[in-house]
Design a protein around this ligand. Structure first.
Ligand code: IPM
Ligand code: MN
Length: 369
Protein backbone atom coordinates (compact mmCIF):
# COMPACT_ATOMS: atom_id res chain seq x y z
CA UNK A 1 0.00 0.00 0.00
CA UNK A 2 1.37 3.42 -0.97
CA UNK A 3 1.42 6.01 1.80
CA UNK A 4 2.18 9.69 1.18
CA UNK A 5 3.11 11.94 4.09
CA UNK A 6 1.57 15.39 3.85
CA UNK A 7 2.31 18.36 6.12
CA UNK A 8 -0.92 20.31 6.66
CA UNK A 9 -0.41 24.02 7.27
CA UNK A 10 -3.99 25.28 7.61
CA UNK A 11 -2.91 28.88 8.24
CA UNK A 12 -5.01 31.83 9.35
CA UNK A 13 -8.40 33.40 8.64
CA UNK A 14 -10.43 31.22 6.27
CA UNK A 15 -7.49 28.78 6.05
CA UNK A 16 -8.78 26.14 8.47
CA UNK A 17 -12.32 26.11 6.99
CA UNK A 18 -11.22 25.71 3.38
CA UNK A 19 -8.54 23.19 4.40
CA UNK A 20 -11.23 21.06 6.08
CA UNK A 21 -12.99 20.69 2.71
CA UNK A 22 -9.75 19.82 0.91
CA UNK A 23 -9.07 17.10 3.49
CA UNK A 24 -12.56 15.64 2.99
CA UNK A 25 -11.70 15.30 -0.69
CA UNK A 26 -8.36 13.64 0.10
CA UNK A 27 -10.13 11.15 2.39
CA UNK A 28 -12.49 10.28 -0.42
CA UNK A 29 -9.54 9.77 -2.78
CA UNK A 30 -8.10 7.33 -0.21
CA UNK A 31 -11.39 5.43 -0.19
CA UNK A 32 -11.53 5.30 -3.98
CA UNK A 33 -7.91 4.36 -4.65
CA UNK A 34 -6.43 2.56 -1.65
CA UNK A 35 -3.58 5.10 -1.54
CA UNK A 36 -3.05 6.40 2.01
CA UNK A 37 -2.34 9.96 3.09
CA UNK A 38 -0.65 10.45 6.43
CA UNK A 39 -1.63 13.99 7.39
CA UNK A 40 0.27 15.98 10.02
CA UNK A 41 -1.27 19.27 11.12
CA UNK A 42 1.29 21.87 12.02
CA UNK A 43 1.17 25.61 12.92
CA UNK A 44 2.16 28.25 10.36
CA UNK A 45 1.29 31.93 9.98
CA UNK A 46 0.21 34.80 12.22
CA UNK A 47 -1.59 32.64 14.79
CA UNK A 48 1.51 30.44 14.99
CA UNK A 49 3.46 33.56 15.94
CA UNK A 50 1.05 34.34 18.79
CA UNK A 51 0.95 30.72 19.99
CA UNK A 52 4.57 29.70 19.49
CA UNK A 53 6.57 32.91 19.07
CA UNK A 54 7.37 32.33 15.38
CA UNK A 55 5.21 32.18 12.23
CA UNK A 56 7.28 29.24 10.90
CA UNK A 57 8.24 27.38 14.09
CA UNK A 58 11.12 24.89 14.09
CA UNK A 59 8.69 22.06 14.82
CA UNK A 60 6.79 22.97 11.62
CA UNK A 61 10.04 23.01 9.66
CA UNK A 62 10.76 19.48 10.91
CA UNK A 63 7.31 18.25 9.84
CA UNK A 64 7.73 19.86 6.41
CA UNK A 65 11.24 18.43 5.99
CA UNK A 66 9.92 14.94 6.68
CA UNK A 67 6.85 15.25 4.43
CA UNK A 68 6.50 14.11 0.82
CA UNK A 69 4.47 17.25 0.09
CA UNK A 70 3.10 20.28 1.90
CA UNK A 71 -0.47 21.53 1.66
CA UNK A 72 -0.75 25.09 2.88
CA UNK A 73 -3.68 27.42 3.50
CA UNK A 74 -3.50 31.22 3.32
CA UNK A 75 -1.92 33.21 6.16
CA UNK A 76 -2.35 36.62 7.78
CA UNK A 77 -4.70 38.22 10.29
CA UNK A 78 -6.32 41.66 10.35
CA UNK A 79 -4.32 44.85 9.86
CA UNK A 80 -4.59 45.59 13.59
CA UNK A 81 -3.50 42.08 14.66
CA UNK A 82 -0.62 42.15 12.19
CA UNK A 83 0.69 45.36 13.72
CA UNK A 84 1.27 43.44 16.98
CA UNK A 85 3.86 41.30 15.16
CA UNK A 86 7.41 42.59 14.49
CA UNK A 87 7.72 43.48 10.78
CA UNK A 88 10.17 40.68 9.96
CA UNK A 89 8.02 38.06 11.68
CA UNK A 90 4.78 39.04 9.96
CA UNK A 91 3.64 35.90 8.20
CA UNK A 92 4.50 36.86 4.60
CA UNK A 93 8.08 37.87 5.38
CA UNK A 94 8.49 35.56 8.37
CA UNK A 95 6.86 32.37 7.06
CA UNK A 96 5.79 32.27 3.39
CA UNK A 97 8.98 33.61 1.81
CA UNK A 98 11.18 31.46 4.10
CA UNK A 99 9.09 28.39 3.16
CA UNK A 100 9.69 29.13 -0.53
CA UNK A 101 13.41 29.69 0.07
CA UNK A 102 13.84 26.59 2.26
CA UNK A 103 12.61 24.26 -0.47
CA UNK A 104 13.72 26.38 -3.45
CA UNK A 105 10.23 26.18 -4.93
CA UNK A 106 11.20 28.20 -7.96
CA UNK A 107 8.32 27.39 -10.28
CA UNK A 108 4.86 28.50 -9.25
CA UNK A 109 2.08 27.14 -11.46
CA UNK A 110 -1.08 29.22 -11.30
CA UNK A 111 -3.81 27.86 -13.55
CA UNK A 112 -6.35 30.44 -14.71
CA UNK A 113 -9.17 28.18 -15.82
CA UNK A 114 -12.80 28.92 -16.60
CA UNK A 115 -14.73 26.42 -18.69
CA UNK A 116 -17.36 27.78 -21.05
CA UNK A 117 -20.12 26.45 -18.80
CA UNK A 118 -18.95 28.79 -16.05
CA UNK A 119 -18.61 31.88 -18.26
CA UNK A 120 -21.28 33.58 -16.12
CA UNK A 121 -18.74 33.91 -13.28
CA UNK A 122 -16.50 36.14 -15.38
CA UNK A 123 -16.90 39.92 -15.65
CA UNK A 124 -15.87 39.51 -19.32
CA UNK A 125 -18.48 39.06 -22.06
CA UNK A 126 -19.34 35.50 -23.06
CA UNK A 127 -17.90 36.13 -26.58
CA UNK A 128 -14.53 36.85 -25.00
CA UNK A 129 -14.65 33.67 -22.91
CA UNK A 130 -15.61 31.71 -26.04
CA UNK A 131 -14.87 28.01 -25.57
CA UNK A 132 -13.34 28.79 -22.17
CA UNK A 133 -10.14 30.13 -20.64
CA UNK A 134 -7.32 27.70 -19.88
CA UNK A 135 -4.07 29.46 -19.07
CA UNK A 136 -1.12 28.17 -17.08
CA UNK A 137 0.66 31.16 -15.60
CA UNK A 138 4.14 30.25 -14.38
CA UNK A 139 5.61 32.63 -11.85
CA UNK A 140 9.28 32.52 -10.81
CA UNK A 141 8.96 32.24 -7.04
CA UNK A 142 12.31 32.52 -5.28
CA UNK A 143 14.12 35.44 -6.91
CA UNK A 144 13.73 39.07 -7.87
CA UNK A 145 12.56 41.90 -5.68
CA UNK A 146 10.87 39.69 -3.09
CA UNK A 147 14.19 38.13 -2.12
CA UNK A 148 16.69 40.94 -2.76
CA UNK A 149 18.63 42.83 -0.11
CA UNK A 150 16.77 45.71 1.49
CA UNK A 151 18.25 48.82 3.02
CA UNK A 152 16.25 51.37 4.94
CA UNK A 153 17.93 54.61 5.99
CA UNK A 154 17.99 58.37 6.24
CA UNK A 155 20.09 60.35 3.76
CA UNK A 156 22.39 63.31 4.44
CA UNK A 157 19.47 65.72 4.02
CA UNK A 158 17.47 63.82 6.65
CA UNK A 159 15.08 62.22 4.12
CA UNK A 160 14.05 58.63 4.72
CA UNK A 161 14.79 56.23 1.86
CA UNK A 162 14.57 52.58 1.04
CA UNK A 163 16.49 50.50 -1.45
CA UNK A 164 15.35 47.01 -2.52
CA UNK A 165 17.44 44.98 -4.92
CA UNK A 166 16.07 43.05 -7.89
CA UNK A 167 18.55 40.28 -8.56
CA UNK A 168 18.40 37.28 -10.88
CA UNK A 169 21.20 35.01 -11.92
CA UNK A 170 21.11 32.82 -15.00
CA UNK A 171 20.72 29.60 -13.01
CA UNK A 172 17.53 30.92 -11.43
CA UNK A 173 16.21 32.07 -14.78
CA UNK A 174 17.09 28.84 -16.54
CA UNK A 175 15.45 26.54 -14.02
CA UNK A 176 12.05 28.18 -14.29
CA UNK A 177 12.25 28.64 -18.08
CA UNK A 178 13.05 24.95 -18.48
CA UNK A 179 9.84 24.05 -16.66
CA UNK A 180 7.89 26.54 -18.78
CA UNK A 181 9.32 25.29 -22.09
CA UNK A 182 8.62 21.67 -21.16
CA UNK A 183 5.04 22.46 -20.18
CA UNK A 184 4.48 24.48 -23.35
CA UNK A 185 5.78 21.48 -25.29
CA UNK A 186 3.28 19.17 -23.58
CA UNK A 187 0.40 21.61 -24.02
CA UNK A 188 -0.14 23.69 -27.17
CA UNK A 189 3.44 24.52 -28.15
CA UNK A 190 3.13 28.23 -27.44
CA UNK A 191 4.93 30.08 -24.66
CA UNK A 192 4.25 33.73 -23.86
CA UNK A 193 7.33 35.25 -22.28
CA UNK A 194 6.29 38.24 -20.19
CA UNK A 195 9.02 40.80 -19.55
CA UNK A 196 9.97 44.47 -19.30
CA UNK A 197 13.21 44.50 -21.24
CA UNK A 198 12.64 48.06 -22.48
CA UNK A 199 13.40 49.24 -18.94
CA UNK A 200 14.73 46.46 -16.70
CA UNK A 201 18.10 44.85 -17.29
CA UNK A 202 16.89 41.81 -15.36
CA UNK A 203 14.44 41.28 -18.23
CA UNK A 204 17.23 41.71 -20.80
CA UNK A 205 19.16 38.85 -19.15
CA UNK A 206 15.96 36.80 -18.77
CA UNK A 207 15.22 37.13 -22.50
CA UNK A 208 18.83 36.36 -23.46
CA UNK A 209 18.72 33.13 -21.47
CA UNK A 210 15.41 32.20 -23.06
CA UNK A 211 16.82 32.78 -26.54
CA UNK A 212 19.80 30.57 -25.75
CA UNK A 213 17.49 27.79 -24.58
CA UNK A 214 14.89 28.09 -27.35
CA UNK A 215 16.74 26.10 -30.09
CA UNK A 216 16.46 22.97 -27.93
CA UNK A 217 12.67 23.34 -28.08
CA UNK A 218 11.97 23.77 -31.80
CA UNK A 219 8.35 22.74 -31.28
CA UNK A 220 7.65 25.68 -28.96
CA UNK A 221 6.72 29.02 -30.46
CA UNK A 222 7.86 31.82 -28.16
CA UNK A 223 5.91 35.06 -28.08
CA UNK A 224 7.55 37.96 -26.25
CA UNK A 225 5.19 40.42 -24.61
CA UNK A 226 5.80 43.40 -22.33
CA UNK A 227 4.19 42.98 -18.94
CA UNK A 228 2.11 46.14 -19.12
CA UNK A 229 0.71 45.13 -22.50
CA UNK A 230 0.06 41.63 -21.17
CA UNK A 231 -2.19 43.11 -18.47
CA UNK A 232 -4.38 44.62 -21.20
CA UNK A 233 -4.32 41.52 -23.39
CA UNK A 234 -5.45 39.37 -20.46
CA UNK A 235 -8.67 41.39 -20.36
CA UNK A 236 -9.23 41.92 -24.08
CA UNK A 237 -8.24 38.54 -25.43
CA UNK A 238 -7.29 36.01 -22.73
CA UNK A 239 -7.75 33.08 -25.11
CA UNK A 240 -4.55 33.94 -26.99
CA UNK A 241 -2.59 32.65 -23.95
CA UNK A 242 -1.79 29.06 -23.06
CA UNK A 243 1.46 28.97 -21.03
CA UNK A 244 2.83 32.27 -19.73
CA UNK A 245 6.11 32.64 -17.85
CA UNK A 246 7.42 35.62 -15.91
CA UNK A 247 9.52 36.81 -12.99
CA UNK A 248 8.30 36.91 -9.42
CA UNK A 249 6.57 40.27 -9.04
CA UNK A 250 5.02 40.30 -12.52
CA UNK A 251 3.58 36.88 -11.70
CA UNK A 252 2.21 37.99 -8.35
CA UNK A 253 0.31 40.82 -10.00
CA UNK A 254 -0.83 39.18 -13.24
CA UNK A 255 -2.02 36.04 -11.45
CA UNK A 256 -4.35 38.13 -9.30
CA UNK A 257 -5.61 39.72 -12.50
CA UNK A 258 -6.15 36.17 -13.71
CA UNK A 259 -8.43 35.63 -10.72
CA UNK A 260 -10.26 38.78 -11.75
CA UNK A 261 -10.95 37.70 -15.32
CA UNK A 262 -12.39 34.35 -14.24
CA UNK A 263 -14.50 35.94 -11.53
CA UNK A 264 -12.75 35.38 -8.20
CA UNK A 265 -9.43 34.78 -6.51
CA UNK A 266 -11.32 31.92 -4.88
CA UNK A 267 -10.82 30.03 -8.15
CA UNK A 268 -7.02 30.30 -8.03
CA UNK A 269 -5.09 27.29 -6.66
CA UNK A 270 -1.36 26.94 -7.12
CA UNK A 271 1.60 24.58 -7.04
CA UNK A 272 5.04 25.74 -5.84
CA UNK A 273 7.56 23.35 -7.31
CA UNK A 274 11.19 22.79 -6.42
CA UNK A 275 13.47 19.98 -7.54
CA UNK A 276 13.34 18.18 -4.17
CA UNK A 277 10.06 19.32 -2.63
CA UNK A 278 6.82 21.01 -3.60
CA UNK A 279 4.12 22.76 -1.68
CA UNK A 280 0.59 23.72 -2.68
CA UNK A 281 -1.43 26.77 -1.72
CA UNK A 282 -4.27 29.00 -2.89
CA UNK A 283 -3.00 32.17 -4.60
CA UNK A 284 -5.22 34.36 -2.43
CA UNK A 285 -5.06 35.69 1.11
CA UNK A 286 -6.71 34.59 4.34
CA UNK A 287 -9.70 36.98 4.18
CA UNK A 288 -9.91 37.47 7.98
CA UNK A 289 -13.02 39.64 7.48
CA UNK A 290 -15.10 36.63 6.39
CA UNK A 291 -13.38 33.94 8.49
CA UNK A 292 -15.63 31.66 10.52
CA UNK A 293 -18.80 32.52 8.60
CA UNK A 294 -18.81 29.48 6.38
CA UNK A 295 -18.95 31.54 3.19
CA UNK A 296 -15.41 31.14 1.87
CA UNK A 297 -14.95 29.36 -1.45
CA UNK A 298 -12.85 26.21 -0.93
CA UNK A 299 -12.24 25.68 -4.70
CA UNK A 300 -8.69 27.09 -4.58
CA UNK A 301 -7.76 24.90 -1.60
CA UNK A 302 -9.31 21.74 -3.06
CA UNK A 303 -7.70 22.63 -6.41
CA UNK A 304 -4.33 22.97 -4.69
CA UNK A 305 -4.81 19.47 -3.24
CA UNK A 306 -5.61 18.23 -6.76
CA UNK A 307 -2.39 19.82 -8.03
CA UNK A 308 -0.52 18.01 -5.24
CA UNK A 309 -1.97 14.68 -6.36
CA UNK A 310 -0.86 15.36 -9.92
CA UNK A 311 2.57 16.88 -9.39
CA UNK A 312 3.81 15.18 -6.22
CA UNK A 313 2.09 11.78 -6.31
CA UNK A 314 1.61 11.04 -10.01
CA UNK A 315 -2.18 10.89 -9.58
CA UNK A 316 -3.21 12.93 -12.61
CA UNK A 317 -6.42 10.99 -13.20
CA UNK A 318 -7.61 11.64 -9.65
CA UNK A 319 -6.69 15.31 -10.02
CA UNK A 320 -8.73 15.54 -13.22
CA UNK A 321 -11.70 13.93 -11.51
CA UNK A 322 -11.51 16.54 -8.74
CA UNK A 323 -11.46 19.44 -11.23
CA UNK A 324 -14.39 17.96 -13.08
CA UNK A 325 -16.35 17.42 -9.85
CA UNK A 326 -15.82 21.00 -8.69
CA UNK A 327 -16.75 22.46 -12.05
CA UNK A 328 -19.84 20.34 -12.32
CA UNK A 329 -21.07 21.51 -8.89
CA UNK A 330 -20.94 25.05 -10.25
CA UNK A 331 -22.42 24.00 -13.59
CA UNK A 332 -25.40 22.56 -11.64
CA UNK A 333 -26.33 26.16 -10.81
CA UNK A 334 -24.63 26.60 -7.46
CA UNK A 335 -22.27 29.35 -6.51
CA UNK A 336 -20.22 30.41 -3.51
CA UNK A 337 -20.67 33.93 -2.15
CA UNK A 338 -17.52 35.32 -3.79
CA UNK A 339 -18.79 34.38 -7.26
CA UNK A 340 -22.23 35.83 -7.06
CA UNK A 341 -23.01 38.80 -9.21
CA UNK A 342 -25.99 41.14 -9.01
CA UNK A 343 -29.03 39.56 -10.65
CA UNK A 344 -27.52 36.08 -10.58
CA UNK A 345 -29.95 33.19 -10.21
CA UNK A 346 -27.30 30.79 -8.88
CA UNK A 347 -28.03 29.20 -5.50
CA UNK A 348 -25.43 30.26 -2.99
CA UNK A 349 -23.94 27.42 -0.99
CA UNK A 350 -21.63 27.44 2.03
CA UNK A 351 -18.03 26.30 2.27
CA UNK A 352 -19.12 22.95 3.72
CA UNK A 353 -21.95 22.43 1.24
CA UNK A 354 -19.56 22.95 -1.65
CA UNK A 355 -17.10 20.41 -0.18
CA UNK A 356 -19.90 17.89 0.44
CA UNK A 357 -21.22 18.23 -3.11
CA UNK A 358 -17.73 17.74 -4.55
CA UNK A 359 -17.28 14.62 -2.43
CA UNK A 360 -20.69 13.30 -3.52
CA UNK A 361 -19.77 13.79 -7.19
CA UNK A 362 -16.39 12.13 -6.69
CA UNK A 363 -17.97 9.10 -5.07
CA UNK A 364 -19.69 8.38 -8.39
CA UNK A 365 -17.02 9.71 -10.77
CA UNK A 366 -15.08 7.45 -13.09
CA UNK A 367 -11.36 7.87 -12.43
CA UNK A 368 -9.65 7.11 -15.69
CA UNK A 369 -6.10 7.78 -16.75
C1 IPM B 1 0.95 35.24 -3.30
C2 IPM B 1 0.91 36.13 -2.11
C3 IPM B 1 2.29 36.14 -1.51
C4 IPM B 1 3.23 36.79 -2.49
C5 IPM B 1 2.43 36.74 -0.12
C6 IPM B 1 1.52 36.03 0.86
C7 IPM B 1 3.86 36.70 0.35
O1 IPM B 1 0.46 37.40 -2.46
O2 IPM B 1 1.33 34.07 -3.13
O3 IPM B 1 0.62 35.67 -4.40
O4 IPM B 1 3.30 38.03 -2.58
O5 IPM B 1 3.91 36.07 -3.19
MN1 MN C 1 -0.21 37.56 -4.51
Amino acid sequence: MTTHRIAILAGDGIGPEIMREALKVLRLVEERTGVRFKLTDTPFGAQAYFDHGHPFPDATKAVCDAADAILKGPVGLSYEATKQIPVDLQPERGAVLPLRARYNTYANFRPIVLPRALAHFSPLRAEIIGEGIDILLIRELVGGLYFGTKTVGVDAQGHRYVEEALRYDEIQIKQVLKRALELAQRRKGVLHNIHKSNVLKSSVLWNEVLEEMAPAYPDVKIVHMLVDAAATHLCLNPRQFDVMVMENMFGDILSDQGGGIIGSLGLMPSACIGDAKAYYEPSHGSAPDIAGRGIANPYSMIGSAAMMLEHSFGMAAEARAIWAAMQSVFADGYSTADLTQPGSTARIISTTEFGDKVVAKLREAPITS
